[in-house]
Design a binder for this molecule. Structure first.
Ligand SMILES: NC(=O)c1ccc[n+]([C@@H]2O[C@H](COP(=O)([O-])OP(=O)(O)OC[C@H]3O[C@@H](n4cnc5c(N)ncnc54)[C@H](OP(=O)(O)O)[C@@H]3O)[C@@H](O)[C@H]2O)c1
Length: 357
């Protein structure tokens, strides 16, 4: 196993045997967890390996991945935090995550060569699995297959199914320039919110929110107490908080919330972005006094909403009613660095890694 010095990019290790024992004509790269980080990962917690890619056995399908998603939840799967509602990454094994790819060989009648599929075997150039692991999607749904990795559905579920958004609500979204937040703010507006407020981590992102994305107000969460900035942006209080962060921003939202306000807890960037435990929502007496609802959710519990969201999302994109921003990073070898850069605030919208095509 090749180890790399702290902070340098992982080099490629080859598991491909040469000569007569070589298993197949194709090889591909995969990224594995090399060591379990304590807090924020470093580059040498990842390992890149070249592996042989066999032909599919009966019932299996081979997919060449085109794009994979980067998501802060992957940092939590690396640390193995038991709070995560999905299996942690294991040392020495390929990591996993959302990906979209093209079927290159199929030994199952349900999928054919050339089909476009989404699945959970990102972090590798080729995915080989039983056909049931893949879901065929419409090739013509979006101009780029990467849009199938959008977190628009996460935002929609959080607003509509979890927070119960009502026309006229004032909505606050944290990490609002990110993949989920940028969708949440715009979808809130499209679904009738009266006022939409966002927070982000730099003046450039704040300008992006009130400019291109059409938020009514935005602030940099580094600019003094968040509760003061939020009160200025929402003088009449907030009704819905789409929480990507936790910590100080959650405490501020509880303070500024109107009676019967609803909080959809989507993410934990205060923890994921620092590698340290979050210091929590504080004294919950205010929650009682205002009769607030705080509800965590995972997309997996609401996949039935995809059928109603898909046509709306495509229509909003077609009509220019929503901006779906992506940052594209090229090559699997760049993905570990990009994951760390993402949580460091480097990107706007949804970061995706282009693996082929
Ligand atoms: N519940 C679900 O089913 C579900 C599904 C998908 C994602 N999620 C979660 O939702 C959250 C957002 O995901 P995403 O993919 O849309 O990420 P994102 O918002 O695009 O995340 C990257 C951003 O995190 C921000 N950040 C880092 N540390 C921060 C901190 N301490 N406070 C505030 N912002 C910080 C950085 O932006 P700044 O420059 O603004 O700091 C960075 O741009 C994550 O926690 C993710 O795990 C949940």
């Amino acid at each position: 196993m090749i180890t790399t010095p702290k902070g340098t990019a992982p080099t490629v290790q080859s598991d491909v045997q040469s000569g007569p024992s070589r298993r197949g004509p194709r090889t591909g790269l995969e990224v594995r967890l090399a060591a379990r980080p304590d807090g924020l990962p470093a580059l040498d917690d990842f390992e890149i390996a070249e592996v042989a890619v066999p032909d599919p056995a009966p019932g299996q399908v081979l997919v060449r991945n085109l794009f994979m998603s980067l998501d802060p939840g992957m940092l939590t799967l690396m640390t193995g935090d038991p709070g995560m509602p999905m299996p942690r990454y294991e040392i020495g094994e390929a990591m996993y995550g959302d990906a979209v790819g093209e079927v290159v060989a199929s030994a199952d009648p349900s999928l054919g060569e050339g089909d476009l599929v989404v699945h959970r075997m990102g972090w590798r150039e080729y995915a080989l699995a039983p056909a049931g692991a893949f879901r065929r999607v419409d090739k013509d749904a979006y101009p780029s297959p990467s849009t199938h990795l959008s977190f628009g559905l996460v935002a929609y579920v959080g607003l509509m199914a979890v927070a119960g958004l009502r026309p006229g609500d004032t909505v606050f979204v944290s990490s609002a320039a990110g993949a989920t937040g940028s969708m949440a703010g715009q979808i809130a507006r499209l679904k009738g919110a009266g006022r939409v407020i966002g927070s982000a981590g730099s003046p450039g992102k704040v300008a992006h929110l009130t400019g291109k994305l059409g938020f009514d107000a935005a602030f940099d969460y580094h600019d003094g107490p968040v509760v003061d900035r939020l009160r200025e942006a929402a003088p009449d209080g907030i009704d819905v908080y789409f929480d990507n962060v936790g910590g100080e921003q959650l405490r501020a939202a509880i303070e500024v919330m109107n009676a019967h306000g609803r909080i959809a807890v989507c993410g934990a960037l205060a923890r994921q972005g620092t590698g340290r435990p979050d210091d929590g929502p504080g004294d919950l007496f205010t929650v009682l006094g205002k009769r607030l609802t705080i509800r965590g959710f995972t997309l997996g519990d609401h996949l039935d909403r995809a059928a109603e969201f898909g046509p709306q999302f495509r229509a909003w994109l077609r009509d220019g009613a929503i901006v779906h921003e992506e940052t594209v990073i090229d090559g699997l070898a760049e993905a570990p660095r990009a994951l760390l850069d993402m949580v460091g605030g480097a990107y706007l919208g949804k970061p995706v890694v282009r693996l082929a095509g």
